[in-house]
Design a protein around this ligand. Structure first.
Ligand code: PLP
Length: 427
């Protein structure tokens, strides 16, 4: 077994898929089973006190260790830690700061915003939210006790990118001990590895692309820092928000096909986004892989390239003509895109952020973030892209039919300032 945790001892830099398939996946030495059994035991026999590798399963077990080794390898990191959800990682990371100040992208995942403003706040942590698409903005926001900068790229659901190298340069330029945390959930380790751009910690909701089959809730972080690893490993055990061995097995199985899934989702999403851009039913499309995206050039610097083209993931958002009512009708009309929250699975999903994932924001916050009532978010899965395009096309036809019935063909455009409210809905 090599140091990397692979059973294949080779002296060459392995490709992403080889790494995903072999790291942490050596055959079980006691049976030679190619797929090692799931270690369900909560405790481990000790032949001599204090010398066993594992003692109690919350602190560590072989099934989780295999997964953590693989997760670290996917992000080209030294260390990986798995938690019971992405949100448990958020809690551990923010708790580890022990108060002080954080600068955070203004459009991060809702649960991250919620933990910062409703939980960490009461533990003495202050957060400044800002649009960090222009990294220079960060300079003016750093305070004497700023401990971390938290960014997400692309953000949700408006798919704004952040230049991680620039964020790192600005943050460390002002204060060298600031930790830069990148939530890399939307791209997955296949499309981008922010540690290579100088980030200190990369965060994943494993629930999404890494597991990829919409059947596990899990989170992970990776880092190269010995001291951050020690602190966060301590919290992983002390807080106890650990994933079960069975979930570790599933996530490990899922990540072996991440490259295939993320590549297909990216390629299909580009085709679908291109189709949407030319559809008369669409007001605007946001997808980082389209040249019309204002930060498209950044994808060349930060995303994996395939055949000279950057891959930009499976998330698209677009505004439909006809307002919030048309958006709702559209979501009820698709056959393969299932109306559901979450993302990153093999199956395509769609949702209306204003009424679902982002319903917790006030109307003012939503409009400022560009989360209009007619905005639809797609998570493109790995079905055949022809079927997905057909699905969207037939759903548009259903929407125009019903608009035609009601309004004699007049299509109304929702300014987004409408009064449809989200207060009754919750995530
Ligand atoms: C889902 C998600 C999270 C939270 O992860 P959970 O596994 O649901 O707790 C954090 N960040 C992003 C970008 C997400 O999509």
């Amino acid at each position: 077994m090599s140091d990397s945790g692979s059973h294949v001892a080779v002296r060459r830099k392995l490709g992403f898929s080889t790494t995903a398939i072999h790291t942490g996946s050596h055959p079980d030495p006691s049976t030679n089973a190619v797929i090692p059994p799931i270690g369900l035991s909560t405790t481990f026999a000790q032949s001599e006190i204090g010398t066993s590798k594992f003692e109690y399963s919350r602190s560590g077990n072989d099934t989780r260790e295999r997964l953590e080794t693989a997760l670290a390898a996917l992000e080209q990191a030294k260390y990986g830690l798995a938690f019971s959800s992405g949100s448990a990682v958020t809690a551990a990371l923010l708790d580890s700061l022990r108060g002080g100040h954080v600068v955070c992208g203004h459009d991060v995942y809702g649960g991250t915003h919620r933990y910062m403003t409703k939980v960490a706040k009461h533990k003495g942590l202050r957060t400044t939210f800002a649009n960090l698409a222009d990294a220079g903005v960060l300079r003016g926001l750093i305070q004497e006790d700023t401990k971390a900068v938290w960014v997400e790229s692309p953000s949700n659901p408006t798919l704004t990118l952040v230049d991680v190298r620039e964020i790192v340069a600005v943050a460390k330029g002002v204060k060298s001990d600031i930790i830069v945390i990148v939530d890399n959930t939307f791209l997955s380790p296949y499309l981008s590895n922010p540690l290579l751009f100088g980030a200190d910690i990369v965060f994943h909701s494993v629930t999404k692309y890494i597991n990829g089959h919409s059947d596990v809730v899990m989170g992970a972080l990776v880092t190269n820092s010995d001291s951050l690893y020690e602190t966060l490993k301590f919290l992983q055990n002390a807080n106890g928000a650990v994933p079960s061995p069975f979930d570790c097995f599933l996530a490990h199985r899922g990540l072996k096909t991440l490259s295939l899934r993320a590549r297909t989702a990216s390629e299909s999403a580009l085709q679908l986004a291109t189709y949407l851009s030319s559809s008369p039913s669409v007001l605007s499309v946001t997808y980082p892989g389209l040249p019309s995206h204002p930060q498209h050039l950044l994808t060349f610097k930060q995303h994996r390239m395939l055949n000279g083209r950057p891959l930009s993931g499976g998330m698209i958002s677009f505004r439909i003509k006809g307002g919030a009512a048309a958006a709702e009708q559209f979501c009820y009309s698709t056959k393969f895109f299932t109306l559901a929250e979450s993302l990153g699975g093999v199956e395509s999903l769609l949702e209306i952020p204003a009424r679902m994932t982002h319903a917790g924001l006030t109307e003012e916050e939503r409009l400022r973030a560009g989360v209009y009532g007619d905005l639809i978010r797609l998570s493109v899965g790995i079905e055949d892209v022809e079927d997905l395009i057909w699905d969207v096309e037939q759903a548009f036809a259903k929407v125009s039919e019903s608009v035609g019935e009601k309004e004699d063909g007049v299509v109304e455009v929702d300014s987004g300032i409408g009064s449809e409210t989200s207060s009754v809905m919750n995530v």
